[in-house]
Design a protein around this ligand. Structure first.
Ligand code: CP
Ligand code: NVA
Length: 338
């Protein structure tokens, strides 16, 4: 069965940790691993705007020896004339993986159900799991560990970032707190999934409306735009509702003395975060942005290795085309296929 990455809890704690280890290795030796040599192509499709995701996948696929195929939906048949399932069947004949930034999670699931190559969620309305791999890598670099760390997400609790923090943070054994207005709480099913995962890893999840309660003693404080892509027509109502959820120096004063601040970017200074905080000494946003590159390279290498190993297990005369991939990710495949 093909492994995909559509939401953060598609990975177990051990798998997530193995990908972060691989990302650390790839960051230390940026051009040392070529699992996409050939070059193999990877399709990276955008229904929504992007700077970091577009650049980090393009550069990362090139770093891995592959050929990035960046597609804007507006200039393709997907998104109007052709279904995700037909698109998936065509692409699998030509590319080694499909990366897609879109709206609903259902489209990603349809794409994944109809292709033999891995599908990666590059942001949906519900989750932003690639960003979370980068965030976890960054937290690990700055805090030394993930398990036991307390992270407070402040703002739109129903957003892709808040919901991905609940799942990815719980998977990592972190204590995840979300502070959001009641009408912007995370989906109940996502909270339940986070709670289930946290029970396995020793983490916890907590959803509150009071930002001070969420930030109290936290090691990491995170926010994101109050107006996510696709929500522009709600802009004024959102700005009014979220006023009071701004991360400023006064709120940061409730966090641990050595707490760090994170934001996936793009940021609206003066709205969800003040310039003093995002541009101040506790902010680690540039490391966070850079780590998109290393985390996604590791994710792609891991998925290719995991799927090649699965195929090898079921096909006696397995291809050796992915030999370099297998070498790169040998340390990580045992858990992927266990
Ligand atoms: N953080 C993030 O995904 O940025 P882009 O929208 O620029 O890709
Ligand atoms: N929540 C934001 C993230 C942007 C990277 C959005 O969906 O627009």
């Amino acid at each position: 069965m093909t492994r995909h990455f559509l939401r953060d809890d598609d990975l177990s704690q051990a798998e997530q940790s193995a990908i972060l280890d691989l990302a650390e290795q790839m960051k230390a030796d940026r051009w040392g691993s070529k699992p996409l040599a050939g070059p193999q192509s990877v399709a990276v499709i955008f229904d929504k705007s992007s700077t970091r995701t577009r650049v980090s996948f393009h550069v990362g696929i090139s770093d891995l020896g592959g050929s990035p195929l960046i597609i804007s939906t507006a200039n393709s048949q997907l998104g109007g004339k052709e279904t995700p399932s037909d698109t998936a069947r065509v692409l699998e004949r030509m590319v080694s993986a499909i990366v897609w930034r879109t709206y609903g999670q259902a489209g990603l699931e349809e794409m994944a159900a109809n292709t033999s190559v891995p599908v990666v969620n590059a942001l949906s309305d519900d989750f932003h799991p690639c960003q979370l791999l980068a965030d976890l890598l960054t937290i690990r670099e700055h805090r030394g560990t993930l398990a036991g760390q307390t992270v407070a997400f402040i703002g739109d609790g129903a957003s892709n970032m808040a919901q991905s923090y609940l799942l990815a943070g719980a998977t990592a054994g972190m204590h995840v707190r979300v502070a959001a207005p009641a009408e912007f709480s995370p989906a109940a099913e996502v909270v339940a999934d986070g709670e289930r995962r946290a029970a396995e890893t020793g983490g916890s999840v907590l959803v509150v409306t009071d930002p001070v309660a969420a930030v109290a003693g936290a090691d990491v404080v995170v926010t994101d735009t109050w107006v996510s892509m696709g929500k522009e027509d709600e802009k004024q109502a959102r700005l009014d509702t979220f006023n009071g959820y701004r991360v400023d120096d006064a709120l940061m004063a409730h966090a641990a003395d050595d707490a760090v601040f994170m934001h996936c970017l793009p940021a609206d200074r003066g709205y969800e975060v003040t310039a003093e905080v995002i541009d101040g000494p506790r902010s680690i946003i540039w490391d966070e942005a850079e780590n998109r590159l290393h985390a996604q390279k590791a994710l792609l290498a891991w998925l290719l290795a995991a799927n090649a190993t699965t195929a090898n297990a079921t096909t006696a005369n397995a291809t050796t085309a992915n030999a370099s991939t297998a070498t790169t990710a040998t340390a990580t495949t045992a858990t992927a296929t266990a």
